[in-house]
Design a protein around this ligand. Structure first.
Ligand code: NAD
Ligand code: ZN
Ligand code: ZN
Length: 339
């Protein structure tokens, strides 16, 4: 079968023939119809993070498609089911975190397109217990970005503890951020969208953002403090340390900063202000299967919709280039039927 493969960090991906996966115990094989391209795949291909992915690697953790094979001991998923394969390929199921509905914190987790080959391929292996079914009225293409960008931002907004009517600042209106704006509006928040590119701010406005700020041209924190008295919460999905520092300093007293983006840098957290203003900084990593079901439900009800540019798998190196330079509006999704 055809797949896009990272052979070496920071080198171009190779489109090549690789062996078809075979469903083992508790596993399924999914014929991939659509595959979203997340900035995380770029970090993986560059080897950006302290824990490196396997090599060679087939990236991709926003894969959607049809189940074509089920292995032994799989009863709740059948051949023909429409499913998506998220970042959390599997977790142990019995540790402190798994037992308390926090499976994304499991220390024995495997990740699609990182420690296990992912969805930049015609077929992909999945653990039957960790895939989530796609509602009938969402297409494979529309569903793909929800499996990472959607669930991650929906979960981050829950972690932010914001309430309807609160001001929530979203930093970075890319693949994740453009969905964050929509989930935040659907959850009843007032939204401030921050990016450094004007076209991203235009998109945010179209998607319902109440205020937009260009982080390169304006003193963002001052603007937010003066305009609304500081944000109740901020979610930072930008791939830049500067945005994280702004996401902290734009908060009002008692505010919550939720770091989500993963630039290989550190953010600055001043001790004095954090203590005196009782600021909370709470990291957020993807979302659980339950979060994912809720994420999909919003889309099934027409409350959110990914802005998508459809491309071919063969264009993956150009797509990475465009993503790296902020040229993607919304999310790029690879349509496997066109590849
Ligand atoms: P993307 O490239 O589509 O979007 C990034 C956006 O940030 C772009 O619109 C860019 O213009 C903007 N940006 C860059 N510098 C900025 C600045 N200084 N201020 C404001 N905006 C700025 O990327 P994406 O796919 O949305 O992913 C974003 C990040 O989130 C990546 O680091 C990715 O690895 C991470 N991520 C984290 C999780 C998680 O669970 N925590 C899940 C998925 C992705
Ligand atoms: Zn992702
Ligand atoms: Zn566990």
């Amino acid at each position: 079968m055809k797949a896009a493969v990272v052979n070496e960090f920071k080198k171009k991906l190779e489109i090549k023939d690789v062996p078809m996966p075979k469903a083992g115990y508790g596993e399924i094989v999914v014929k991939i119809e659509a595959s979203g391209v997340c900035h995380t795949d770029l970090h993986a291909a560059h080897g950006d993070w302290p824990v490196k992915p396997k090599l060679p690697l087939v990236p991709g953790h926003e894969g959607t498609g049809t189940v074509v094979e089920v292995g032994e001991n799989v009863s709740h998923i059948k051949v023909g089911d429409r499913v998506g394969i998220p970042w959390l390929y599997s977790a142990c199921g019995h540790c402190e975190f798994c037992l308390t509905g926090r499976e994304t914190l499991c220390k024995d987790q495997l990740n699609s397109g990182y420690s296990i080959d992912g969805a930049y391929a015609e077929y992909c292996l999945a653990n039957a217990n960790y895939v989530v079914k796609i509602p009938d009225n969402i297409s494979f293409i529309d569903a793909a970005p929800l499996f990472c960008a959607g669930v991650t931002t929906y979960k981050a907004l829950k972690v932010s503890k914001a309430k309807p009517g609160d001001w929530v600042a979203i930093f970075g209106i890319g693949g994740l951020g453009h969905l964050a704006v929509q989930y935040a509006k659907a959850m009843g928040f007032n939204v401030i969208a921050v990016d450094i590119l004007e076209e991203k701010l235009t998109l945010a406005k179209e998607l319902g953002a109440d205020l937009t700020v260009n982080g390169k041209e304006t003193d963002v924190s001052k603007f937010i403090q003066e305009k609304v008295g500081g944000a109740h919460a901020s979610v930072c999905v930008a791939v830049s340390k500067i945005a994280f520092n702004q996401a902290y300093s734009c908060l009002r007293r008692g505010g919550v900063c939720v770091p989500v983006g993963l630039p290989p840098e550190n953010m600055e957290i001043p001790i004095f202000d954090t203590v005196l203003n009782a600021i909370q900084v709470i990291g957020s990593i993807v979302g659980t299967r339950k979060d994912l079901q809720e994420t999909l439900q919003f889309a099934a009800e027409g409350k959110v919709k990914s802005i998508i540019e459809v491309r071919k798998l063969e264009e993956i190196n150009e797509i990475f280039e465009e993503l790296e330079h902020g040229k993607v509006n919304g999310r790029i999704v690879v349509d496997m039927s066109k590849s």
